[in-house]
Ligand binder design. Structure first.
Ligand code: PEP
Ligand code: MG
Length: 757
């Protein structure tokens, strides 16, 4: 059964539109359950009706035309209770409503299960039986499992077209479609989608429109020729070792590629307007599915061969295509299932207007980078049909976490106005650049930036940064294919320290592991966030740690602005051990005659145990820096990169606020400054609360800096304290946010929390 289930879900997931997805569901489920009918009703909330959207067994002419008002019929009983309903004779049910057009008078047995995605009812999946009988328990369990698995794929397909007024699937026009994700980086971006995807992954290939059909066909045939050549070479190479029978396998491979049906089908799809890679994806999937449905296991396995061939042709197509620079649109909106730092870096900055990632959350690295670059972004938009987005007009609302597909003229002009006002706001904030971040009652709160890229440095200075509060040293490690050497590291750190001197620069020691892997230092763990990361790795590898510490200390000679920061500390012993190694690195340099001075040493408080031992930590070091990104993740037990639970991830959760407040009190009790370097420091709403707590500095993405300065220059610490005490008494993050946003709007600072003035 598991196999059937998996195959149906896979097939639905690769459907090109809602109509196709639904027709696969009804056909396959009917078959798998040996039912007489399978139908899907989708909820149309605008019309308040359950619309029959697909059926295998009822009158096909009723599709799209028959619907039940919400509350009417047994379908509504399923929808209202959000539970399965299993009846031996549906017409006996008091809420049964007979619909003549469907031809359902012949059916008695009824099983309906709700289709629910992210707590929202999408529709009802129904199977019917001619005879009077209740469905067996395992059949109910099967349909419930099926529905739970299908919900995601259906939501995906629905976002592509939804239901049009006639009740028909609108296909894949996407006109006016809206997908909600999470606010990744503030701002509004209006432009054209450019889908990026990992290479050699056939399923990740998007559709792309073409103008030169002939060139595309030639490219495809060339790629096929290359793969045929490869296959022939393998055959020849192995001819000494294999029997004629075994060698025939290679001929079969070659034959598959030269078979008219495969090649002709791809060409036909290219002629219909899709590029070769997209046409190849659809054709390979279609062929593989035919084999997967076969009963004979030997033949079923041939599906794998077909997919393998498809991948090989794709690689050839891609290696030919790579020679040309990708044609980034004038106003590129980068879209992908998952967007990495290098994908972002490849787009010419002047063309990049927004970023949309189907995965991730506010504190995942793509969001952090987008904020650092000042590019509006939406993350965790998991209902976005990524593969169908290439070349579409999009609007990205990075405040609300919303993506508009092929927006209407009205939406477009509203957002154009908001984007213009936004640009005016940013230009206006430039006037604050040389003014201090000082509250009206005279409290100075130094604003630093979080960095990790050398290129950030000049933008940071241009935006009035008073120092670097967090330099993530893992970025230079991530973009190499081996650990950088001591001198190489020294040069990188020197550049940053010099550019900012005499302003302080906090260099964090290597924080890899968790969500920050190094390709050349793979770590495979079931629970990477609870595993070997940050200081745990560097203490286990003193040879790596000492090289980095020496490079940092050496880089600071003559500058005196270096501060060191230790990540992921969860035990006091780690602080003691790290201090010992810092002293050793210092000694070694002194012994070599280098004129180094001992830098200030700080610890990141980002693990709950460190919150409870903050005072003991503060006693041992010179400063504390709260990493609210990880602290939120660990306190709330919410993976910061998992879009499924991202709605629960919020640094404004009163428990997180309490923890931060306690750390500030503990640090101050030991006379040590406490700063914040998590993303919350750049959230104007949170900055007010942090001011109220009396934190000593804030470190944030450079793009957030002008907004935070603006808010600080408008709120007295006294008022911030009042707001904090109310926030600490709130029951949830939403209430805290609402309370703070109202306070900002009251002060005339509403444009800090939404688009426009
Ligand atoms: C944090 O955890 O808050 C932090 C600043 O570090 P990173 O986001 O690099 O884990
Ligand atoms: Mg962290």
């Amino acid at each position: 059964m598991l196999d059937v289930l998996r195959r149906i879900v896979q097939e639905v997931a690769s459907a090109r539109n809602l109509e196709q997805a639904l027709s696969i569901i009804v056909k396959r489920v009917k078959q798998a359950m040996a039912a007489d009918v399978c139908s899907v009703y989708l909820a149309d909330y605008a019309q308040r009706r359950h619309v029959l959207m697909a059926t295998d067994g009822l009158n096909p002419a009723a599709v799209g035309r028959v619907s039940l008002a919400m509350g009417e019929g047994v379908v509504s009983v399923v929808a209202d209770a959000a539970e399965p309903l299993n009846l031996d004779n549906a017409p006996d049910h008091p809420r049964y409503r007979f619909v003549a057009e469907t031809g359902e008078e012949y059916y008695h047995g009824f099983l309906g299960v709700p289709i629910i995605h992210h707590r929202k009812l999408l529709g009802v999946l129904v199977v019917r039986q001619r005879e009077r009988r209740k469905f067996a328990e395992d059949e109910v369990a099967f349909l419930v499992t099926m529905s739970a698995q299908l919900a995601g794929a259906l939501a995906h397909a629905e976002a592509s077209g939804g239901i049009n007024p006639a009740g028909q699937a609108a296909g894949a026009t996407f006109d006016g479609g809206v997908v909600d994700g999470l606010a990744g980086a503030p701002g509004v971006g209006i432009g054209t989608a450019m889908v990026i995807y990992p290479p050699a992954d056939l399923d990740a290939v998007p559709d792309r429109k073409i103008t030169d059909v002939d060139a595309e066909i030639i490219a495809f045939k060339t790629a096929v020729g290359m793969v045929q050549g490869e296959i022939q070479t393998w055959g020849e190479r192995l001819s000494l070792h294999l029997s004629a029978e075994e060698l025939a396998l290679f001929d079969a491979y070659g034959l598959m590629l030269s078979s008219g049906s495969l090649v002709d089908k791809v060409v036909e799809r290219i002629r219909a307007g899709n590029w070769a890679s997209g046409a190849l994806r659809d054709t390979i999937n279609e062929h593989a599915r035919v084999f997967e449905d076969m009963d004979e296991s030997y033949l079923r396995e041939r599906a794998g061969d077909i997919r393998d061939l498809g991948r090989r042709v794709l690689v050839c197509l891609q290696s030919a295509g790579r020679r040309k620079a990708p044609p980034y649109p004038e106003r590129t909106i980068l879209v992908g299932e998952e967007i990495t730092a290098t994908m972002l870096a490849e787009v010419p900055r002047e063309r990049l207007v927004a970023v949309v990632s189907a995965s991730g959350s506010r504190s995942s690295h793509v969001a952090i980078l987008a904020r650092a670059m000042g590019v509006p972004s939406v993350v965790g938009a998991d209902d976005l049909p990524v593969g169908r987005m290439d070349g579409r007009a999009l609007i990205v609302d990075g405040y609300r976490g919303r993506v508009y597909m092929n927006p209407s003229e009205a939406v477009r002009s509203e957002y154009t106005r908001l984007a213009r006002e936004e640009a005016e706001l940013v230009a206006g904030l430039q006037g604050l650049r040389d003014l201090p971040a000082e509250t009206p009652d005279g409290v100075r709160l130094p604003l630093y930036v979080n960095s990790g890229l050398i290129s950030d440095v000049s933008t940071s200075l241009a935006n009035g940064a008073e120092g670097i509060g967090l330099y993530r040293t893992e970025f230079p490690f991530m973009i190499r294919d081996r650990f950088p050497g001591e001198e190489e590291q020294r040069r990188i750190y020197r550049q940053v320290l010099e550019a900012f001197a005499p302003r302080p620069v906090v260099l964090r020691t290597l924080d890899v592991g968790g969500d920050k892997p190094l390709s050349y230092f793979p770590i495979s763990e079931d629970n990477p966030f609870l595993g070997w990361r940050g200081i745990r790795i560097t203490l286990d590898h003193p040879e790596i740690f000492l090289v980095q510490l020496r490079a940092m200390l050496h880089a600071s000679v003559g500058l005196a602005n270096l501060r060191l920061l230790l990540p992921m500390v969860s035990q006091l012993a780690e602080v003691d051990e790290a201090k010992r190694l810092v002293e050793r690195a210092y000694r070694e340099l002194i012994d070599k005659g280098e004129n180094v001075i001992m830098p200030a040493l700080g610890v990141m408080v980002e693990v709950p145990s460190a919150v409870y031992q903050a005072e003991a930590i503060a006693r041992r070091v010179d400063f504390l820096s709260i990493g609210s990104n990880d602290l939120t993740q660990y306190l709330l037990a919410v993976d910061r990169n998992n879009s499924r639970v991202a709605g629960l991830y919020d640094a404004l959760h009163p428990a997180v606020l309490q923890a931060i407040n306690n750390v500030v009190v503990a640090g101050h009790a030991q006379g040590k400054p406490v700063g914040i370097c998590g993303e919350m420091a750049g959230d104007p709403v949170a900055a007010v609360l942090l001011l109220g707590m009396g934190v000593d500095n804030l470190s944030m993405s450079v793009a957030s800096l002008p907004r935070v300065k603006w808010v600080l220059r408008n709120f007295t610490q006294q008022r911030a304290r009042e707001l904090l005490s109310i926030a600490l008494a709130c029951e949830g993050a939403d209430a805290v946010r609402l309370h703070l946003e109202c306070a900002l709007v009251e002060m005339g600072l509403g444009s800090l929390v939404r688009a426009g003035k």
